[in-house]
Design a protein around this ligand. Structure first.
Ligand code: GLN
Length: 291
């Protein structure tokens, strides 16, 4: 048996299971199981895998990963990692895998609010991808991030350890809090920047999503209730109480939610409200200023 034959075997299994990127995914899993980069894979792929050496264990691990992927577990959950804003984030089944769409939000904040003396509050932080990339790339003095899920907070904590300097050395105040939206945020705290990628998919729509998302990503990170807007109603109504004058809220939205979320923010007293598109040209972020 050679690596090339193993790869072929995995590709066939993934294609049969209806995995969209079956060829690429099989290659990523082979590289992960055998701890190879692409160049070494190309050099070694015709060599025989000899029984009795450590390759046997690696082969077993590869076949197990292919089995998980054929069961439609997301590639990132199997590899345990997803890159976001050029930074490596640990992920598992307790957090939404960071998406490129969400980079639109982080880039917008960095562009509009470059002053590192500002403070940030990120709600529904999940893996911590928004909060930690803002802390790393924006260097903000204070970044607090919260989530309702203890399991998600563990992932965010691990990511914070990997991506931020030793907290003892760092002067920045990065903090993770368990909170259902604003409920656990101390009432006297004020921030300059508020960010969130809340659950926003209408409950009924979830059943029609790809199995990777529908069956393997946390439902509580996706489900925005009947019309998908439940969390925006609360965010819009309560955000003003936690923002400094001149503060800005940045919310990720679904492609068809811009007008409705803008209206919720307008009713709550926000100004300079704008919807920003992602790289695919779809509405993705609403930003709004607190007077
Ligand atoms: N953008 C994600 C998706 O389409 C959903 C993210 C969310 O609900 N916050 O799967």
């Amino acid at each position: 048996m050679t690596l090339r034959q193993l790869l072929e075997e995995g590709r066939e299994e993934l294609e049969k299971a209806g995995v969209a990127d079956w060829a690429l995914d099989a290659r990523y899993l082979l590289m992960a199981a055998f701890d190879l980069d692409l160049a070494s894979l190309l050099v070694k792929q015709e060599r025989q895998i000899l029984p009795g050496d450590e390759s046997e264990e690696k082969t077993r691990c590869y076949r197990q990963m292919i089995g998980r992927r054929a069961g439609r577990a997301p590639l990132q959950q199997i590899l345990g990692e997803q890159e976001f804003m050029g930074l490596p984030f640990r992920v598992n089944e307790h957090v939404l895998t960071p998406r490129q769409d969400t980079e639109t939000l982080v880039e917008l904040v960095l562009r509009e609010r470059p002053d590192p003396s500002q403070s940030v509050l990120d709600l529904c932080t999940g893996s911590g991808c928004i909060a930690l990339s803002l802390a790393r790339l924006g260097g903000y003095r204070r970044v607090w991030a919260s989530d309702l899920s203890e399991e998600a907070l563990k992932v965010a904590e691990e990511n914070a350890k990997g991506l931020l300097k030793d907290p003892a050395e760092s002067k920045a105040d990065f903090r993770l809090l368990k909170s259902d939206l604003f409920e656990g945020i101390p009432k006297e705290e004020r921030f300059d920047i508020l960010t969130s990628n809340p659950p926003y998919i209408p409950t009924e729509v979830i059943e029609g999503l790809e199995p990777e998302v529908r069956d393997h990503e946390p439902r509580m990170a996706l489900d925005g209730d009947e019309d998908g807007l439940k969390f925006y109603r609360i965010l819009a109504a309560e955000a003003g109480g936690f923002l400094n004058p001149g503060g800005v809220i940045y919310l990720e939205i679904g492609w068809d939610q811009g007008a409705k979320v803008e209206e919720l923010l307008r009713q709550a007293g926000f100004q300079e409200i704008r919807t920003v598109k992602d790289l695919a040209g779809k509405d993705r972020v609403v930003r709004a200023g607190w007077p």
